[in-house]
Design a protein around this ligand. Structure first.
Ligand code: GUN
Length: 283
């Protein structure tokens, strides 16, 4: 068996087209959806990420402001910038790129963002809204994974989903989203005993660890859906995920590639959240 690919590039293109249409409709009402991206310091990976986010906004007709600050910026200065953006009606979404320099408390910074502009979905108000099923903003990466499952018309009701990884940004919100669709959900992590026993029972596996070859073919039930959130480099320096793609694709029913899978979807869902924030503000 060779798994079918869930193409994150093609799905992103479709969803970004819809975002562009909705953005145009808002612009016709005199409102341009606006995203502010704040980068503190010169982390090279972060520089690439924020550049991609800003470019994606431009391509979809969203207004974006990139604020770059020196690593010596104080926490108080950053909090003051967030306060100003919270009160700026031209800005509907605020994203502070992580990681922040060690002298800045990232939790305090995230909590300073207005929940109405929390398009990353990292604020405790957003996490709480997801947990109790109230409207809020879903973190972009697991939200993108849900859109990928939706794109193949996968009915999660009663299915067993195994999430590998328990981060606040991916693993935990992913589990809640799957639960919200009536899946039976298991969260596995570094202290899980016998991961393979868990994954072999899974109809859906989401790998979100940040380590190569966490999931190999012998760990996958034939026909399972495998979503790879990982972003790693192999020995040749090539981008790869957490899943042994070449092996697992022989067993799985569906699989997401890396690159070209979850990665583009993360930025796409940021655009969706920003647009949603602007639509909510417009009433
Ligand atoms: N750093 C790595 N991924 C992300 C993300 O999705 N959002 C933010 N704010 N920082 C990140």
């Amino acid at each position: 068996m060779t798994a079918k690919l869930i193409d994150g590039v093609a799905l992103s293109k479709q969803l970004r087209g819809e975002v562009a249409q909705r953005a145009a409709a808002l612009r016709a009402r005199g409102i341009t959806p606006g995203l502010a991206v704040i980068l503190v310091g010169d982390n090279p990976a972060s520089q690439v990420y924020v550049r991609n986010k800003v470019k994606a906004c431009e391509d979809s007709g969203l207004h974006s402001v990139l604020e770059k600050y020196d690593a010596s910026m104080t926490e108080a200065q950053l909090l003051a910038r967030i306060d100003a953006l919270n009160n700026d009606p031209s800005i509907h979404g605020i994203l502070v790129q992580l990681p922040l320099p060690a002298h800045i408390d990232a939790h305090k910074v995230i909590e300073a963002i207005s929940p109405a502009k929390d398009v990353d979905g990292f604020h405790v108000a957003s996490a709480g809204a997801l947990m109790v099923g109230q409207p809020g903003f879903w973190p972009c990466t697991p939200y993108g994974c849900m859109k990928m499952l939706e794109s193949i018309h996968y009915d999660l009701k009663g299915k067993h989903a195994v999430v590998i990884g328990r981060s606040n940004i991916v693993g935990k919100p992913m589990a809640l989203m799957l639960l919200g669709q009536n899946a039976t959900v298991t969260i596995c992590h570094s202290a899980t005993r016998d991961l393979k026993t868990m994954t072999l029972q899974a109809d859906v596996i989401v790998a979100a660890v940040g380590k190569r070859n966490v999931l190999t073919a012998d760990m996958v039930k034939p026909g399972a859906v495998v979503i790879d959130v990982g972003m790693n480099r192999n020995d040749e320096g090539k981008l790869c995920g957490d899943v042994d793609f070449d092996g697992v694709k022989q067993v799985a029913g569906w699989i997401t590639p890396v690159p070209g899978g979850v990665g583009p979807m993360t930025i796409t869902m940021l655009l969706v959240n920003t647009l949603e924030a602007a639509e909510r503000a417009a009433g």
